[in-house]
Design a protein around this ligand. Structure first.
Ligand SMILES: O=C(O)CCC(=O)C(=O)O
Length: 271
């Protein structure tokens, strides 16, 4: 199975791609592993704020195999190239609204978030909303849609009223989007389960490497010394290792930054 040329073109044009039911037949074990990962880490979600574990699939040997999953490889490889890098990801119980933001501002390279939701979500109950095309930083100066976080001040409307595309979700649906894309969700419960795999194109230029190192360094706020877990690396096949290696070669600066973050923060970041 491969992504079609039209799906790739859609992603380049609008910045996201939804694949309904891509993991529908796997959702039972994935949900069970999701729950176990939180139990194992001793994270009890009380609903008052987001609970987040980074890196996430790395916590459990079976979840790590999602990186080897042929359908996810087809998706990620189709959008980023077969030699893509896996750069971690988060597992979340979200609580309430997530205001408009993008996950990055990458002028070089290409960063992708693969989001896997485990609960049915509708437009008014916390499904992801995206503003198609806002990943295009080349039009950022002439189109203010990336400023959706300031909707009240700029346009006199609430975040919820910003024109956007809601992506209703059934468990097992997968949504992939460019990190530069503006997204949000409104009306969700206090225990919305979702986890992600973040990936980027294999870096080719010094600018892309510098951007990757910057991305890695930003993970110090999670108090981690490596972007991947020991389990992820120890259980990696030759093929999986292809997606880990470039990051492993460019994360030597992370432990010192993480030590600083541990000294400065009360707890690891929640997102
Ligand atoms: O599902 C949500 O509430 C938003 C997810 C999100 O903002 C993210 O993954 O960056």
């Amino acid at each position: 199975m491969e992504l079609s040329a039209q799906q790739k073109h859609f992603f380049e044009t609008f910045g996201f791609l939804a694949l309904p039911g891509l993991l529908a037949d796997e959702v039972d074990w994935i949900s069970s592993e999701f729950e176990q990962a939180f139990v194992q880490r001793g994270v009890v979600h009380d609903g008052s704020k987001r609970s987040c574990i980074v890196p996430f699939i790395d916590q459990r040997e079976r979840l790590c195999t999602l990186l080897d999953h042929p359908r996810l490889q087809m998706l990620i490889g189709g959008l980023l190239g077969e030699d893509f890098n896996y750069v971690g990801g988060d597992g979340n119980y979200y609580s309430g609204d997530t205001n408009w933001h993008s996950d990055g501002f990458h002028r070089v390279g290409k960063f992708l978030k693969v989001a896997i939701y485990l609960d049915p979500l509708e437009p008014e109950t916390g499904c992801l909303r995206v503003i198609p095309g806002t990943h295009r930083l080349d039009v950022e100066q002439s189109w203010e849609a990336r400023k959706a976080g300031q909707s009240q001040e700029l346009w006199g409307i609430s975040g919820r009223q910003v024109p956007a595309l809601p992506l209703p979700i059934q468990p097992g649906d997968v949504v992939a989007f460019n990190h530069n894309l503006m997204h949000a969700s409104f009306g969700g419960s206090t225990a919305r389960r979702m986890f992600t795999l973040n990936c980027c194109r294999h870096c080719q230029t010094p600018e892309e490497i510098a951007d990757l190192e910057n991305y890695v360094g930003a993970h110090a706020r999670f108090w981690i010394d490596h972007l991947h877990s020991e389990i992820m690396r120890a259980t990696a096949s030759v093929d999986r290792m292809r997606h880990l290696r470039q990051v492993m070669e460019h994360e030597a600066h992370l432990p010192a930054l993480a030590a600083k973050a541990r000294a400065e923060r009360d707890e690891p970041s929640r997102g």
